[in-house]
Write a protein that binds this ligand. Structure first.
Ligand SMILES: [Zn+2]
Length: 284
């Protein structure tokens, strides 16, 4: 299973070839994630590198203030946001509504890098976006919906959270943004899980069958013992006596095995064993 950081690493290594896509991805990185004074704020080095790369490739000046990675305060390591400053501070506006599919995908990749937290643990995959305004959460909600990804919103400690829950939605988003390795890993894990579940279901069904066979055999053996103890067994027709003898000889056998031993059909054996039980019950 991939780590969440590896998924972001894969996204960060995707370098769109066209300028339109680069502009869109940078808009995604900046979405709901603006540093004071412009630029991108992030805790993630790969995301900061991507922001630098995208900005310079479309002719913006990008700088990182020095000494921001982390500092040591006593024994506590304090994480600071990495900041990528842009010049001009605001890149030309980008509009979702007028953008081609390639750019919408790039935008979503940017938002995923800049504002999402991923967890792909055993409890199932989870992706959520956290924003400080309802407006950003609502707009992304709509954009995801237009891209075929269903999300839900909630408010957590004054933060506006948009989350995808469910494997289908996570897979759809990973596919859209081009996280192919993550997608493959995710699908492989999912297939493995499905196979395991199916095998478990089969084993459970098998066990249930076995338990039923054993319970039925017990009832038959009891009935046969009762008929024998009262002397009625030997007076029964030959077919029933043979079925009783076969069952006594093979207490654990299933109907098919008994049928083979008697050289008759399965339903005939079943019928005879049922008759034995009925006769024992009628007499008692
Ligand atoms: Zn494009």
């Amino acid at each position: 299973m991939l780590l969440a950081g590896e998924v972001k690493g894969e996204l960060a290594r995707i370098h769109p070839a066209r300028n339109c896509c680069r502009r869109a991805e940078l808009a995604g990185l900046l979405y709901g994630n603006r540093a004071a004074g412009g630029g991108v704020r992030t805790l993630d080095h790969a995301t900061a590198r991507t922001a630098m790369h995208l900005a310079t490739s479309i002719g913006l000046r990008a700088t990182t203030p020095p000494g921001i990675a982390s500092t040591q305060q006593g024994s506590v390591r304090v994480r600071h946001h990495l900041q990528v400053r842009l010049e001009p501070a605001a890149p030309p506006p980008w509009h979702w509504g007028q953008s081609a599919a390639c750019d919408r995908r790039s935008f979503l990749r940017g938002v995923l890098l800049g504002s999402a937290s991923l967890s792909l643990g055993a409890g199932g995959p989870h992706i959520e976006f956290v924003f400080s305004t309802a407006r950003d959460a609502a707009a992304l909600h709509r954009r995801l919906a237009e891209s075929g990804v269903r999300a839900a919103r909630l408010l957590r400690r004054d933060r506006h959270v948009l989350y995808l829950k469910g494997q289908e939605e996570v897979a759809t988003l990973l596919r859209l943004v081009g996280a192919n390795r993550a997608l493959l890993d995710f699908e492989t894990a999912r297939v493995g899980r499905d196979v395991r579940n199916r095998v478990n279901r089969l084993l459970n069904a098998e066990e249930a069958n076995l338990a039923r066979t054993v319970r039925a055999a017990d009832r038959q053996l009891q009935a046969i013992a009762e008929l024998a103890s009262t002397g009625r067994l030997e007076r029964l027709p030959r077919g029933l006596r043979e079925a009783a003898a076969q069952r006594r000889a093979h207490p654990d056998a299933d109907l098919d095995a008994l049928a083979t031993g008697l050289g008759i059909g399965r339903s005939a054996v079943n019928h005879r064993l049922r008759r034995l039980i009925e006769m024992a019950e009628a007499a008692s």
